[in-house]
Design a protein around this ligand. Sequence first.
Ligand SMILES: Nc1ncnc2c1ncn2[C@@H]1O[C@H](COP(=O)(O)OP(=O)(O)OP(=O)(O)O)[C@@H](O)[C@H]1O
Ligand SMILES: [Mg+2]
Length: 367
Amino acid sequence: MIEITKSGIISSLKNINNDKFNTNLLTLNSIKKFEHNDDNLNLDISINAKDVNEIKNLIETQLKKDFTGLKKINLTISTKSSTISTHKDAKKDAIMPGVKNTIAVASGKGGVGKSTVAVNLATALAKDGAKVGLIDADIYGPSIPLMLGSTDKPKVYQEGNSVKIIPLENFDVKFISIGSLIDDKAPVIWRGPMASGAIKQFMTDVDWGELDYLIFDLPPGTGDIQLTLVQTIPLTGAVIVTTPQEVSLIDARKALQMFTKVNVPVLGVIENMSYFIAPDTGKKYDIFGSGGGEKISRELDTPFLGGIPIDSRIREGGDNGFPMVFGMPDAKETEIIMDISRKLTEQVNLRNSSQSGKIEILLGDDD
Ligand SMILES: Nc1ncnc2c1ncn2[C@@H]1O[C@H](COP(=O)(O)OP(=O)(O)OP(=O)(O)O)[C@@H](O)[C@H]1O
Ligand SMILES: [Mg+2]
């Protein structure tokens, strides 16, 4: 017999086994209202799924089964999924007709946390109910399979004369990486054109199906791969990751200018490794300085999407293949990432509506 408490409710709901309802995402925070008196229960649960009615029935059935003493269950389901607009472009639609938006995660400097941010953004968007794909565009240093905890190899199938690759999927994110296709101990020693060819194939030969967002985790810098990407499909936009320190900002500026030059809108700047809070004392340390991300976004007139602290659990999440939005659903850092992903969605919607000539409605939005 489970107790009628918030955690009791969550344990009960975790027993639901249905493809459309990812119970891994349920936490105490999912319960927005909990009132229990006598044999009545009033409950508001926030979920990430789209088929709300079907899921409401599943939840009701499960609660009735586990809490037999209840006479009345008043259940409200709210969804977190935000509006998803579509970037319209003939060239993109010809190559990936089911993909609504394509977003590159880039930086000038290496090691600032692009892959960490890309994985966590992708899982955060998926947690909010979006259909998400992730392309590991770092051919020479792929890290997505490790960060998404996958050692699988993608399957292929024949379609007419061409071979289609089925992307792998973990944490509700479909992904493809050279790291899953070749022996992970051997370095990739391809010349530029071959690496660029692989990126093209990730767009043209992978069966992405329907996606709201396809995220590209780029290698550092402004080289061949970045160019191939922007030449193959016009991206919805790019996100620049930087640490607060000056050396990283210099390179972030270059990355930003590269995208501007090739007419890819920069959707915003994310500052990573913004600060460190000592777990024992709670004291804040600005290890790489502070305010750099906001400074550069002001300077280049692009939105500041947020700052992610240095946290050993974020690093561990990457190394263990368990992104923090799943590994630490109730942590402050997860909230920060969720907030950044929602701000990014707003920026995508803003760009897409300006594309269809509706910008005047949105000019008041301040970011
Ligand atoms: N906020 C953070 N807190 C703690 N560790 C972090 C954080 N962000 C990234 N890291 C760690 O820093 C290292 C570099 O991160 P990551 O691989 O994401 O950077 P990158 O920019 O993709 O690097 P590259 O340029 O090589 O592709 C990794 O070990 C990662 O786990
Ligand atoms: Mg990387």
